[in-house]
Design a protein around this ligand. Structure first.
Ligand code: MN
Length: 257
């Protein structure tokens, strides 16, 4: 026999690992009443795509963040309130909304661990803004008071969350374009902040017709994608690009031998 008893067991476990569902950490917010908060739609979308979701609290200790990150296979940075502009060396302008310092700190820390380990990241809405700032880019604190060059679309839609309200154009040959399987598709929109500039090693992968950056991705990592919209709310209406995005993320998070 080629393997000893333990060696053979290890070999079998490794084979099984290929088909083991990846554990996907999803960041959360702290609600006004003090409870940890996450919309069920994220959990449902990750589960439907074949992942095992786990809700992450905003840990403060760097050692704890490191240990947590080492146990997770993929990271979903979820939506939420605004980013503290001093994180990208700006003073707060009047159009800035509520901020969440503990959450900023945790998400920047856990993103750094995932980026260093080249583990898959899907960053949604607030998440794309945290991802941009974590990787040397910056954001508009409030597009409606800061963008004067062109008229803007309604990016804070009044339609239901599952309704795709405006178009985006994926950049040819981007990972997002490949995953979505379409150059132009519709997305929902619940933001007043937006990525302004991407850092080194990142590219813009989708824009809206008013020129706002709607998606970014890393050119140096296996799977690091940020989208300004909320694909988890479109999955329930069988939106193909959203389902493909979650499936691609979960598949990328599966362990390899
Ligand atoms: Mn939008």
């Amino acid at each position: 026999m080629i393997y000893g008893a333990n060696g053979f067991l290890y070999f079998v476990l490794n084979i099984l690992e290929v088909h083991m569902k990846p554990i996907i950490g999803i960041t959360s917010s702290i609600a006004k009443d003090g409870s940890v908060n996450l919309a069920q739609a994220y959990v449902t979308a990750v589960t439907a795509a074949g992942g095992v979701p786990v809700i992450l609290p905003n840990l403060a200790e760097d050692g704890d963040v490191e240990r947590l990150a080492s146990r997770l296979d993929g990271l979903l940075v979820s939506g939420g309130v605004d980013l503290d502009p001093t994180l990208f060396n700006e003073e707060p302008i009047p159009g800035l909304g509520e901020v969440a310092p503990e959450r900023d700190r945790f998400e920047l820390a856990v993103l750094a661990k995932f980026l260093a380990a080249n583990k898959p990241i899907l960053a949604i809405c607030r998440g794309i803004q945290v991802l941009a700032v974590a990787t040397g880019g910056d954001i508009y604190q409030d597009i409606y008071s800061q963008v004067k060059e062109q008229p803007l679309l309604q990016h804070q839609q009044k339609a239901p969350r599952w309704h795709a309200s405006h178009f985006v154009d994926a950049e040819p040959s981007s990972l997002l374009h490949e995953i979505a399987g379409a150059r132009r598709f519709k997305v929902n929109s619940f933001h007043h902040q937006s990525v302004r500039r991407v850092g080194d090693g990142f590219r813009v992968s989708a824009i809206s017709s008013d020129g706002m950056i709607e998606a970014i991705e890393s050119t140096r990592h296996r799977f690091v994608v940020g989208v300004q919209w909320h694909p988890e709310c479109l999955v329930e209406k069988n939106d193909a690009p959203s389902k493909r995005l979650f499936e691609a993320f979960v598949r990328a998070s599966e362990k390899e031998i």
